[in-house]
Design a protein around this ligand. Sequence first.
Ligand code: FAD
Length: 611
Amino acid sequence: MAPRSGARALCAAAARLGAPRRPRSSPAAAPRRPQPADRGARPAPPQPPPPPPRGASRQPPPAVDFGDPREAFRSKSSAELLRGLVVLGLCAVGPLVEHNRELLLLGRRVLGQPLFERLMKMTFYGQFVAGEDQEAIKPLIRRNQAFGVGAVLDYSVEEDLTVEEAERKELDSCTSASEKEMGGAEQREKQYRVHRGFGDRRGGVISARTYFYADESKCDQHMETFLRCIDASSGSSEDGFSAIKLTALGRPQFLLQFSEVLVKWRRFFHQMAAEQGQAGQAALETKLEVEKLQEALANLGIATRAESQHWFTGENLGVTGTVDLLDWNSLIDSHTKLSKLLLVPNVQTGQLEPLLSRFTEEEDLQMKRMLQRMDVLAKRAAETGVRLMVDAEQTYFQPAISRLTLEMQRRFNKDRAIIFNTYQCYLKEAYDNVTVDVELSRREGWHFGTKLVRGAYMEQERNRAAQIGYEDPINPTYEKTNEMYHRCLDYILEEIKHSRKANVMVASHNEDTVKFTLRRMTELGIHPSEKKVCFGQLLGMCDQITFPLGQAGFPVYKYVPYGPVNEVLPYLSRRAQENRGFMKRANRERDLLWSEFKRRFFAGSLFGPND
Ligand SMILES: Cc1cc2nc3c(=O)[nH]c(=O)nc-3n(C[C@H](O)[C@H](O)[C@H](O)COP(=O)(O)OP(=O)(O)OC[C@H]3O[C@@H](n4cnc5c(N)ncnc54)[C@H](O)[C@@H]3O)c2cc1C
């Protein structure tokens, strides 16, 4: 098998996914008051509020009360309130949560499958999962819609592998054939190498499900599942979302290697900036002087002045004769002479090193198939009008995931935001990531779409960094993460105010963050009916935030997991852990559930309509 330059193939293929670069360019939402009948099996389809005619004055955005249990749980039957109380109560019992996996397996053995399934559906599964398949979830989706709450469909089936199986699969799929044959994996940076102890990526994770690579046909199956999910989203609502994970679509080795390339490339830019006396500046404010940069490249032996002259002309050169990070990143596209650029200096040794090992033809093909699968999904989403959310994952995959998603945005977000990227604000570099990508969308004229989260892999990321010995990528404290979240969000909201082309989903259960968003929307004149800002929470969690938002006319969505009982057990296990981890929030939810239950009891309406 002929080896090829892996980095070159990756970068070129990623760039091919992208559109041709463009020249740079320097209503009153009537609050939805659901009728009692809405809670039944077949509520009337929701009527999105019509946008106001141009120039018409809009009513101010409605106030939202997150402390009113009656509003929060209007969509719930009394049996569902009771289920919520029981499930959240059980999540507060430490030993039960710690040993939940063993207890679930024991329960299944003792009760037998049919009884176990019934019990799960009455409790944890019923609370956090919508149903077994696309058909089964329809009543719940319709009911939520009647209360102004949309859906992000998320097929949540996970293979129930043992730790050993997971580690084995991970080691195998994160190492290239040439590394296996000839060694060399140790030349990769520690962060971007696979480590047996962290091969099971499920540990120390909340919220997210995990895929392990088996073979190409398994990836095709995942793609088919995502396609069905997109179709189901388009069939169940007008402006639905579907969520995908890129680790489901191909060998993680590519994500790992491509991430390393991108990170080294960016680091090289910052090294050059430091040499020009600009160390520590925010990414977008750092601008390299071309003259000095060319001199440095020549001194390092990377390119002669004549060669680098071609790189920094036309679209690769800023108007002021400087090169910023975006210009720099564009050099990694296919139309630049990559072979030399992919040699970067190692500051420790002073040597030039290739960014990557080589790919075999088979690996080259596997990588292309991964990109093709993404392409198929994006096309189907665009055809059916469903917005596709690409979930964020671990830091050693995320630069590649984000970059590939961005390439899809360039192509599919020309007229509206179809593809949504995800930014994790627990990362120290989150602000730089958000601002650089927003700026790119501005220069190239496409619609920026994002889901903003705090991040689900904190514990695992921290342990990995500490044990393997690289800098912890996570903000040092929870408060710093909150600051980061609000800073990134504010930047996007300002962008919406200025261009109306950006779109954000505030994916958080944090009431303060939701209130912050509502306040800033009012201050910046962003009206809910424009649907530029939406909110997202997980099914079964924080209804006291979701439903008042929906009923007040704000676009809000539940992440709706679905799948057969046995196959979503790993997901359920993590739901239990997350609820225990955030007791203050869970306590508030329980208090509100309890107030509403008591109110209905004393009003004699436990079994009647919920008004
Ligand atoms: C709709 C939706 C989609 C999601 N999609 C993704 C996704 O694609 N990728 C992903 O990674 N996560 C995703 N998540 C999970 C999300 O990242 C959070 O883990 C989860 O929502 C809890 O954060 P919060 O804002 O809701 O609540 P909070 O309780 O306010 O925040 C908890 C979060 O704060 C951070 N944090 C806690 N303690 C510290 C500390 N000591 N130092 C630094 N930071 C700290 C962690 O990120 C923790 O999860 C999603 C969540 C939702 C609701």
